[in-house]
Write a protein that binds this ligand. Structure first.
Ligand SMILES: *Cc1c(COP(=O)(O)O)cnc(C)c1O
Length: 398
């Protein structure tokens, strides 16, 4: 194929972004500040608030409980995700911890096996100590998932697309089965972003993001958020946060709100670039296999098309060759930076086995296919052809 044909093919494949998100991104939670009319909510750097009489605060009393800069961001997040409440946290993992802290000893959680490495570490090494049982299961197989469901199951934890292998879990089907058993479902929507996947509409009770990634989008902060529709559930999570204290700082809230304004337009470019890169890699003789939900060769392409509004910016692939070849490739890349994390404007490459997923038990890594020649790309918002050229020159040299 000539480059022109490739480009044409790409544009006919990416899904057009829902126009509503372009407007919502810019305006969500952005009410002018009432006193001065400032278009952006100012940074309220304050820990406490003067009260008119004992026990009668105006709105806020202490910034662990609430802060106007944070409240504006939370309003914006609830709007973009189609939730009613958003509770923002100091990190994605702090948000995860708060959700699990709603459970009691003896409760069980079903977690998809191919999760973010830090999620598994938190569950296995910290939260399992409190007699909460975590079952790590392959949820792409619904029967397998159902065999773990019981009256003890209080929470089902989905990450889709999964990390790093981009497997797709049928969110609607899992939610239906969980609801019959009275279990709540949380979807970690970090990889898809609210622009490309709407778990609350598919039946999930909670949506969680590491806002460190696409929501923040500039690799300059750490943050997390949980979005829900149910008032009582929101109250519970908020209380745990208030009692435990894992709140985000004011500067982070301001930057995240600023990032929200460009979320839709960034996601559009992330996806376009990922599609271009995935299609290039798929035809390259030195590549064994590419995983991108937007490729018809993806084992769950049909489900991805049905469930997602777009395929996002993450691509994984296996290089043909040894660990030495893998390291040589990483050395040759000029635009893709070797780093953990994802979802920023700049393109990153990650070696899951030694980096993001080093904390996954070796047996499980092997079983999941996280091997020495697996690489994961976070395609940034640069010019797509430059990303392809960078990969091409690096592949040519190994
Ligand atoms: C990064 C990440 C997390 C953890 O978030 P932090 O902000 O790093 O605490 C959770 N889930 C997914 C999918 C992630 O990529």
């Amino acid at each position: 194929m000539t480059p022109q044909i490739v480009t044409h093919f790409i544009w006919s494949c990416s899904m057009p972004i829902h126009p509503q998100f372009l407007t919502t991104s810019v305006h969500a939670g952005s009410d002018p500040e009432p006193v001065t009319g400032a278009v952006n909510t100012p940074l309220f750097f304050t820990s406490t608030y003067v009260q008119e009489a004992p026990g009668q605060p105006k709105v806020y009393d202490y910034s662990r409980a609430g802060n106007p800069t944070r409240a504006a961001l939370e309003k914006g997040y609830a709007e973009i995700e189609g939730g009613k409440h958003a509770i923002t946290f100091a990190s994605g993992l702090a948000a995860e911890q708060a959700v699990v802290q709603m459970l009691d000893p003896g409760d069980e959680v079903i977690v998809c096996d191919d999760t973010y490495g830090g999620t598994g570490r938190l569950f296995r090494r910290i939260l399992a100590k409190y007699q909460i049982k975590f079952h790590f299961v392959d949820m792409t197989d619904l029967r397998n998932f159902e065999s773990f469901l019981s009256e003890k199951t209080k929470l089902v934890w989905i990450e889709s697309p999964t990390n790093p292998l981009m497997r797709i879990i049928d969110i609607e089907a899992v939610c239906q089965r969980a609801r019959l058993r009275g279990a709540r479902v949380l979807v970690d929507n970090t990889f898809a972003s609210p622009i490309f996947q709407r778990p609350l509409d598919l039946g999930a009770d909670m949506v969680l993001h590491s806002s460190t990634k696409y929501l923040g989008g500039h690799s300059d902060l750490i943050g997390g958020v949980v979005m829900v529709r149910d008032d009582e559930l929101a109250e519970k999570i908020r209380f745990i946060q208030f009692a435990g204290g894992a709140v985000p700082g004011v500067m982070e809230c301001f930057l995240l709100h600023r990032s929200l304004k460009t979320l839709a337009i960034r996601m559009q470019q992330h996806e376009k670039n990922a599609m271009e890169v995935a299609q290039f890699l798929e035809t390259h003789p030195k590549i064994e296999r590419v995983y991108y939900p937007g490729l018809p060769s993806h084992p769950q392409y049909e489900l991805a098309r049905r469930q997602m509004l777009g395929f996002s910016g993450m691509v994984s692939f296996y290089l043909k060759g040894s660990f030495e070849d893998t390291k040589a490739l990483l050395k040759k890349l000029k635009i893709f930076l070797l780093a953990e994390s994802l979802g920023g404007v700049e393109s990153l490459i990650n070696h899951p086995e030694t980096m993001t997923h080093a904390s996954v038990p070796p047996d499980m890594r092997r079983q999941l296919g996280i091997s020495y020649n697996l690489l994961r790309l976070s395609c940034g918002i640069e010019h797509g052809a430059d990303l392809v050229d960078d990969l091409r020159q690096a592949l040519d040299s190994v």
